[in-house]
Structure formats: C-alpha cells, structure tokens
Design a protein around this ligand. Structure first.
Ligand SMILES: NC(=O)c1ccc[n+]([C@@H]2O[C@H](COP(=O)([O-])OP(=O)(O)OC[C@H]3O[C@@H](n4cnc5c(N)ncnc54)[C@H](O)[C@@H]3O)[C@@H](O)[C@H]2O)c1
Ligand SMILES: [Zn+2]
Length: 325
C-alpha cells in the first residue's frame, strides 16, 4: 500500500486492520505527499523499496490518499514489473470523483504537470465517505467544483439536485455525499467509456479547465485546483454566451450554484490578468498557438464545434472576459 503519510496517520490503522481481517498481507510504503512530490524521483524511490522487499508480479498496489497519491501509485503500478493491478482508496473528494476515475496516471516534471504517465485503469475504487470527515473545508470545496462540473455536464435535473444538497454536502452528511459522489463518478465514467484515450469526446471534461489551469498557475498555486476551475467555469460560460454558443443567463446560473458550494466565481482582485493570459498560451491544450475551450450550450449539452468537442475562441473575447480589455 502506498499511503500519504498525513493520511496514514489519520486512517491507516483502520485500513490495515480491515485488510488483516481478511488475512491479507499489506506492506505499507509511506509517501510524503504534496504536488511537489508527484515526481519520477518519488516513483523510483517507491519502486526500489518494493523491489527491495521482494514484491513480485502477483502484488497489487493500493493507493491511500488524495489525487497526488493515486496518480503516483497508479503510475507505479502501470510499470512495476511491466504492470500490476492497482486499487484506489481515495481520501479526498477530488480524488473520489476525478483522479481515481478514468485511468489516467502521471507525475509532474520541470516542464509541466502530468507530462509523464500512462493509462492504467484501477481494478477497484473504494470511496469511503468516512475519510472525508477529516478533510479540511477548503479541500472539500475544491472537490465540489468537479462535482458541480459533472452536474452541469449531466443536465438540469442533477444541477437542481446538487443545489438542494449544497448545504448537507458541506456539512458532510454521509448520504448526501454518497449520492453526489456516485452521480459525479457515473458521469465521468460514461464520458470516459466513450473515449478512453482522450482523443476527442473526453475533452468535454475540460469544461472550466482551460482558464482554470491558467488561473491556477498565474496565482502560483495559491488557489486550490477546484477554486480556479470554479472561476474558469463561470468565465468560460461568459465566453460561450458572448460567442452565441451558450443560452443567455447560463453563466449566472453556473455562478449561483458554485457560490452556494462556497466557491469563488470572480478572478481575485490581486491577480494580474496579464499573467493569466500568458499562462493560457503556455497550456498544453493550445494547438498552433490558438486557445481551445470545452464549452456548454446549456446544462447537459456540451458544445460540439466544427472540429470536435473543443473550440477556438477569438483573442479579443478571451482578453475581454479576463479583464484585459
Ligand atoms: N488522474 C486524473 O485523472 C486526475 C484528475 C484530477 C486530478 N488529478 C490530480 O490530483 C491531484 C490533486 O488531488 P487532491 O486535491 O486530492 O490533492 P492531494 O492528494 O494533494 O490532497 C490534498 C490535501 O488533502 C490532504 N488529505 C487527503 N486526504 C485527507 C483526509 N481524508 N483527511 C485530511 N486530509 C487529507 C492531503 O494531505 C493534502 O494535503 C493533482 O496532482 C491532479 O493532477 C488527477
Ligand atoms: Zn479538474
């Protein structure tokens, strides 16, 4: 089991006890955690430790932690002795609804995030909402942005239901959490099933992320991923409205739910729009210098452009929406 140290401290004993109840032998390798440790160096260190312990091809890698741990452990499993199965025990909301679904596993490099990795589906994902009771509020809200994205992609009914559950979910009511997690996972799984290798349709999951990633980077990662994506979803929907793609009023509706979930919907006042713009053009989703967006026409209807599920938007509109005039 590859466990993030801080998480292991909170939940490791109960997980290990559950395995031993079934007579399963578990070797626990602790991992420091943090985005800055999602590296080839850490992967190599864990691999060497597994080899030293003589763990063979009949091993199963178990990931206990957030998205960082799932990405490292999943990638480790993808290449360990040419590939062994892995099981995800995600402990953040973001990892439950996003990082552990879809089989993308990767580490960061000096040249960018998630650039070295593989597609390696977990054999099983076990989401225990009990883990979320110890998750800091800000991390919970960050995950709620991806939950909201899934609801927007699914449609009006799911979005209205999430509005109803906004309070109980933030109060960590177990059944409200279970319902929202299940809905978000089903939506992502449905999208991934249609395009496992991210060739086209899977791009719809990038809603809010073209601007979101640029905002996250421009803010030097002082915003959580979900916070940046929440702002990104609102601004990208404004873009879609201005381009005549989205129905009028959609951006306001998107913002209303995100606010109910405790998420920001405006660029922070101290963030330089010029820096956001520069980061947009450094993003790997830029093809031939032009920025592409995955947009919504309305809830439940992603936009299909002339050449796929993401579209180019003209530079003046983009500058306008981030406040560069
Ligand atoms: N593979 C994919 O498809 C995919 C999708 C989305 C995100 N990701 C990746 O996921 C990562 C982000 O995931 P994350 O937000 O879970 O970050 P994370 O793994 O760093 O966890 C966030 C924080 O929460 C703490 N934590 C985790 N579980 C806890 C618990 N139960 N109680 C208390 N504290 C807990 C951790 O110590 C950490 O400080 C990024 O690296 C991103 O690239 C991958
Ligand atoms: Zn995301």
């Amino acid at each position: 089991m590859v466990a993030e140290e801080a998480v292991h401290h909170l939940h490791g004993a109960s997980v290990e006890a559950a395995f031993s109840e079934y007579g399963l032998e578990v070797a626990t390798l602790l991992f420091g955690g943090g985005e800055e440790r999602k590296t080839r160096t850490q992967k190599r260190r864990l691999e060497d430790e597994m080899l030293r312990q003589g763990l063979g091809r009949d091993s199963v890698v178990i990931a206990l932690g957030g998205g960082v741990t799932c990405d490292v452990a999943g990638f480790l499993a993808a290449t360990y002795e040419r590939g062994v199965p892995w099981v995800a025990l995600p402990t953040t909301l973001l990892a439950m609804v996003d990082a552990s679904v879809g089989g993308k596993v990767a580490v960061n490099t000096a040249h960018g995030k998630n650039l070295i990795g593989a597609f390696h589906q977990p054999s099983r994902v076990h989401c225990d909402t009990g883990f979320l009771q110890t998750l800091p509020d800000r991390e919970l809200r960050s995950g709620l942005a991806e939950v909201a994205k899934a609801a927007f992609l699914e449609g009006e009914v799911r979005t209205a239901r999430l509005r109803e559950l906004a309070r109980p979910v933030q109060d960590r009511d177990g059944s409200a959490l279970a319902e929202t997690i299940e809905a978000a996972v089903r939506l992502k799984a449905r999208v991934v099933e249609q395009d496992e290798e991210d060739r086209d349709y899977r791009h719809v999951l990038n809603f809010g992320h073209t601007l979101g990633h640029a905002i996250e980077a421009a803010a030097d990662y002082t915003l959580r991923h979900g916070e940046a994506v929440a702002i990104g979803m609102v601004l990208e929907t404004q873009l879609a409205e201005q381009a005549g793609i989205a129905q009028k009023g959609l951006a306001r509706e998107v913002g209303r739910l995100l606010q109910k979930l405790g998420l920001p919907t405006l660029l922070p006042g101290d963030l330089d729009p010029g820096a956001v713009h520069a980061r947009l053009h450094a993003d790997k989703k830029v093809r031939e210098g032009r920025v592409r967006f995955a947009l919504l026409e309305r809830f439940g209807r992603p936009h299909k452009g002339p050449d796929g599920w993401s579209v180019e938007i003209g530079e003046p509109a983009v500058r306008n929406v981030i406040g560069l005039g």
